[in-house]
Write a protein of this length. Structure first.
Length: 71
């Protein structure tokens, strides 16, 4: 079973969602979140089947950094 499928089965919308939650767990401020990394993960998730609406919803739930939402 691939990692993306396993993430989806565990109620993540994709790798970008895991990245934001990990940043929150490590108590990183929203300024520390690397927008370029997040953007690449969103692109990957989109190619794997995550919808943009799923990604936006999780992004809003996991960060208050408006710059990252523009990605």
């Amino acid at each position: 079973m691939n990692k993306y499928k396993r993430l989806r089965e565990n109620n993540y919308v994709g790798f970008a969602n895991v990245y934001l939650q990990q940043c929150n767990k490590e108590s990183k401020s929203n300024d520390v979140i690397d927008k370029e990394v997040y953007s690449k993960l969103v692109e990957l998730d989109t190619r794997l089947g995550t919808t943009l609406s799923e990604q936006l919803c999780e992004c809003v739930l996991n960060t208050s950094n408006l710059d990252i939402i523009k990605v």
